[in-house]
Design a protein around this ligand. Structure first.
Ligand SMILES: NC(=O)c1ccc[n+]([C@@H]2O[C@H](COP(=O)([O-])OP(=O)(O)OC[C@H]3O[C@@H](n4cnc5c(N)ncnc54)[C@H](OP(=O)(O)O)[C@@H]3O)[C@@H](O)[C@H]2O)c1
Length: 305
């Protein structure tokens, strides 16, 4: 009884939606088109590899053309891959993206809003422009891309939008206030739009990972808060699998790893408990961070040897 009381009414989609959607889209993505923002590296590239292996046509978006070309080259033997080098914070580029998608592919079936930006630090130390840019890239852009995708997904007879949030969107994180706000907002938008579209055959879901072993945290590890490393690292591949699963199943959110999802929910619901646990988590994270830094140094040394 308790579980149904506390479960959000849209935590599972109505059976009829699911059946309709799965009828049109099983784990074979042949003939289906998937748009992935931030598809040139990290989680987005891992998701591109998974969808390509399942036969999907891909439209990959990132700012840097060289990395996009590299992944497109790798995946073209599997199917059609189109790349668009653009900044998702650019509204007219988002509008043009769907024009390209329409010209290139008959229909669009899945949108993965994955591109993300994090300027780390205490609010008073971060450039105000950067505070705003986190909202532009992590929240405003997915919101606009969702809006632009809806008519295409309707035309395709249904589909899925998966938004890549964060555990920082499940509990407020000091030192990442604007990032945390953007991911809280993205989750709220995802669930609200999911309700608006209930019964349409268009499924909305969020994936909320803890730390992931990608350049997002590893390329500037000193700036990453110690507490981040108190949680187990996921791989880009694990998050990509969660994205693909969410495109197919009836869940509205997946936290990774589940134990960290539970911990962040507890600390959100019981902030005093969160404060009590924080010093121990910071100590644990600091130790893990030192170990990872030593590994990264050893790898760099091996590469130059
Ligand atoms: N790594 C983590 O610990 C972690 C934890 C929780 C959530 N997340 C979320 O997971 C998502 C993917 O992160 P990741 O770890 O895969 O990061 P990543 O390895 O740094 O990859 C980020 C991707 O997004 C693209 N990108 C960044 N800003 C963009 C913009 N303004 N317009 C278009 N493309 C842009 C990047 O390419 P260009 O730079 O060439 O544009 C790249 O393809 C993000 O939303 C992030 O917030 C990450």
């Amino acid at each position: 009884m308790a579980s149904t009381l506390f479960r959000h009414p849209t935590s599972r989609l109505p059976e009829t939606d699911l059946a309709a959607r799965l009828g049109r889209m099983d784990s074979d993505f042949r003939g289906k088109t998937v748009i992935i923002t931030g598809g040139s590296q990290g989680v987005g590239a891992a998701a591109a590899r998974k969808f390509a292996a399942a036969g999907a046509n891909l439209l990959l978006v990132a700012r840097g053309k060289a990395n996009l070309e590299r992944i497109a080259e790798e995946l073209r033997p599997n199917g059609s891959v189109r790349i668009v080098a653009m900044d998702v914070a650019d509204h007219s580029a988002c509008v043009d993206l769907f024009k390209v998608a329409q010209q290139e592919f008959d229909n669009i079936h899945v949108l993965v809003n994955n591109a993300g930006h994090h300027e780390r630090g205490l609010v008073e130390n971060v450039d105000p422009v950067e505070l705003g840019r986190m909202i532009d890239v992590n929240l405003r852009a997915p919101l606009i891309l969702c809006r632009l995708a809806i008519p295409h997904l309707r035309k395709a007879g249904g589909g899925a939008i998966i938004n890549v949030a964060s555990l920082a969107g499940r509990t407020p994180v000091a030192g990442a206030a604007s990032y945390s706000a953007s991911k809280f907002g993205l989750r709220a938008f995802t669930f609200a739009l999911g309700e608006e579209l209930a019964g349409s055959g268009i499924k909305l879901a969020a994936v909320s990972p803890g730390p992931i072993d990608t350049g997002f945290i590893m390329s500037n590890i000193d700036a990453v808060a110690d507490i981040t490393f108190s949680q187990p690292l996921s791989t880009a591949d694990e998050v990509a699998q969660a994205i693909m699963d969410l495109a197919l199943n009836d869940k509205r959110e997946r936290s990774l790893p589940p134990v960290s999802g539970f911990l962040t929910t507890m600390s959100y619901l019981f902030p005093r408990l969160g404060h009590l646990l924080r010093p121990a988590l910071v100590r644990k994270g600091r130790k893990t961070k030192q170990r990872i830094k030593a590994q990264l140094r050893a790898q760099a040394k091996d590469r130059t040897a």
